[in-house]
Write a protein that binds this ligand. Structure first.
Ligand code: BES
Ligand code: ZN
Length: 652
């Protein structure tokens, strides 16, 4: 089966290498340049190569030096326009073809967000960043946009601001003077990159802004480096937030899998409109600035992205139907590391937090049960972003945890994990290939009991089951949720009390870390809505109404907006709306006098708009329309699809 999200003929001819020569123009908001492709012919008598494109302007194409007449197909709303490039004569199996394309991007290209200087931390220079996963690389460069194809690349990119790509920066060196000692924002500098490890198209990435670098400490004997990039104004905070954990987790990860292959593991803190928590671009993970809480409580996102270096960037899903192999495995391993580097209770706690998201999302997809499945049977041209939810993460991680336990625990399972990574490193695989190897491993290295354990699994229910629950209940160590639950229960019992300031004190939270506070607030959501006085007391006594920690603030608003008909909901809807678009001045957060920032991460803006829409649809629409352009095109698409009772928030 071919990738249902690509129109390219990648099974007949495959990209092996790209050479990119780009200029970034912040005034016209375009990338202009030339790409040279090395293609390997895999079929017999191949007459053309078909590449995916979306909203690109193609200027000229040469095949092995000869100019050719190409055709650009009619644009498919999801897949874009197929670029047909005929060969002067059919190419034979095994031959290599050199293709050269001159082109430029347009302002419609979904992969790129160009930000005004006002939308950055420093406010002095504009910013550009890409987001290619799942199917937007085609709007950055004509490409076989499927994770089944992997290629190496090198790039020379010129701009007036420092540049990063998903590759090793060759020159100017990261540790040298910023922008090669030239004037930032004025002088053009050419940055040279090399990606010697084959990567899928969704890991292509570029960012450019007033960036600075701080190296992180690397354990002895490693052949990789690690560092943090951020806008000048944030780079010290970023270094502090990540310096403790990043290389420690990389090292731990190597122990359970195999050595890190990409040479460089950097983190780049993006402006607030970045729609994800993190994105595992090769050599440089992109992260949301909401991770910079000053207490290192959100580094699990970094651990997750580090884990993708093996699960996803190394062993890659063949296409969107098998996306869970990337995210389910990564989530499972990320939590395993927590058990190894912290305690088993930490692992259980993360599964507990995840299960709330899972059940919420399964419920949201009640009218779209095919998206409740772990392995999704996408139709040709269906948008994988419409299915983006915690299901592949959580159902996937729970399935692997269940398999681990069914086989008899980590002693039996960990050697298999290593073998899985080593077997498929550098390849793109389907769920069937994963399952076949799992069986083959235990047939060869395990006991008959192991194989029987595998036979006892309800494969069909796990892989293809729909519905609101996991196929069977999975237990977690919930010790770390205990205090949170007790406190939530106290609030529930006090719902008719009038002496709140005798019952509750700021010190109630003393023993809880940020994630435990999240669990407390989620537990509160499982009770009937609290009265308005209780909610305002909760917001002020615990500072939830002003906290700069977006994870906590989101849950607080969800508690406040729980009953859409209530006074509390109507009142806090106004606050939540202001918060999500960055219109508030965050009191008591140390940021007085500074305008708030947009909460562009979809984990925050989607549920807020969803809740706003149920409480006050007018307010939701007004707020969104006024700030629409500040949101990333991917986030815009999904916010506009926020669906209540079948009605889209914005009719198209
Ligand atoms: N690869 C994903 C982000 C992604 C998935 C982008 C699909 C586009 C399409 C990344 O690794 C991720 O899962 N990010 C999470 C972080 C997390 C689960 C800790 C996020 O952004 O919330
Ligand atoms: Zn992920």
């Amino acid at each position: 089966m071919a990738d249902p999200t690509s129109q390219s003929n990648y099974l007949l001819i495959a990209t092996r290498h790209l050479s990119l020569e780009w200029t970034l123009d912040f005034l016209t908001r375009t990338v202009r340049g030339t790409v040279v492709y090395e293609l390997e012919v895999k079929g017999n008598e191949v007459a053309e190569v078909i590449l995916d494109t979306a909203d690109l302007v193609i200027d000229s194409i040469h095949v092995d030096g000869d100019s050719v007449a190409f055709t650009l197909g009619v644009k498919h709303t999801v897949m874009g326009s197929a670029l047909h490039i005929p060969f002067p004569c059919p190419a034979t199996k095994g031959a290599s073809v050199k293709l050269t394309i001159e082109y430029e991007t347009t302002t419609d290209c979904t992969a790129l967000q160009w930000l005004d200087k006002e939308q950055t931390q420093g406010g002095k220079f504009p910013f550009l960043f890409s987001q290619c996963q799942p199917i937007y690389a085609r709007s950055l460069v004509p490409i076989q946009d499927t994770p089944s194809v992997k290629f190496t690349y090198n790039a020379r990119v010129t701009a007036v601001l420092p540049i990063l790509m998903s590759a090793i920066l060759i020159s100017p060196p990261s540790t040298g003077p910023p922008h090669d000692g030239r004037k930032i924002g004025q002088d053009q500098v050419t940055y040279v990159f090399q990606q010697p490890v084959p990567i899928p198209s969704y890991l292509l990435a570029i960012a450019s802004g007033n960036l600075r670098y701080r190296p992180l400490p690397v354990p002895k004997g490693k052949d990789w480096t690690s560092g943090v990039w951020a806008e000048e104004e944030l780079v010290d905070a970023a270094e502090w937030e990540f310096k403790e954990d990043t290389t420690k987790f990389l090292e731990a990860e190597e122990k359970i899998t195999m050595p890190y292959r990409f040479g460089v593991y950097d983190l780049l803190v993006l402006p607030p409109s970045f729609p994800y928590g993190g994105m595992e671009n090769a050599c440089v993970t992109f992260v949301t600035p909401t991770l910079l809480t000053g207490d290192r409580t959100l580094v699990d996102v970094v651990v997750h992205e580090i884990t993708h270096s093996w699960f996803g960037n190394g062993v890659t899903h063949a296409d969107a139907c098998h996306f869970w192999l990337n995210e389910g495995w990564t989530t499972y391993i990320e939590r395993l590391l927590q058990e190894i580097l912290q305690t088993p209770a930490h692992r259980g706690f993360s599964f507990l937090i995840g299960s709330k998201m899972l059940y919420d999302d399964l419920k949201l997809y009640e009218s779209r049960p095919s998206y409740q499945r772990l392995q999704i049977a996408f139709e040709y041209g269906e948008n994988p972003d419409d299915a983006y939810s915690s299901v592949p993460y959580e159902k996937g991680a729970n399935f692997l945890l269940h398999i681990e336990r069914t086989l008899g625990g980590l002693d039996v399972f960990l050697p298999y994990v290593k073998n899985y990574v080593q077997t498929f490193m550098g390849k793109s695989i389907t769920t069937q290939q994963w399952k076949d190897h799992l069986y083959a491993y235990y047939r060869e290295h395990g006991t008959r009991d192991n194989v029987e354990a595998l036979d006892s699994l309800n494969w069909d229910a796990w892989l293809h089951g729909e519905g609101l629950t996991l196929p069977i209940p999975v237990d977690y160590d919930v010790t770390l949720a205990h205090q949170s639950n007790l406190l939530a229960d106290r609030w529930d019992k006090a719902r008719t009390a009038t002496n709140l300031h005798e019952l509750f004190k700021a010190s109630d939270l003393q023993e809880l870390n940020a994630n435990q506070i999240v669990v407390f607030l989620e537990r509160l959501q499982s009770y009937p809505a609290l009265p308005k006085v209780h909610i305002s007391f909760l917001g002020s006594t615990y500072s939830f109404a002003t906290t700069p920690n977006a994870e906590i603030r989101l849950r607080f608003y969800q508690v406040a907006l729980l009953d859409p008909q209530s006074d509390a909901a109507r009142q806090y809807a106004v606050d939540a709306a202001a918060w999500v678009v960055g219109e508030e001045t965050p009191k008591g957060s140390g940021e007085e006098g500074r305008k708030g920032v947009i909460k562009g991460r979809m984990k925050f803006c989607r549920p807020i708009f969803r809740a706003l829409y149920t409480v006050d649809a007018e307010l939701a629409l007004r707020t969104y329309r006024r700030h629409k352009l500040a949101f990333h095109p991917i986030a815009r698409n999904l916010i506009e699809k926020v669906r209540i009772g079948g009605a889209f928030m914005i009719r198209r």
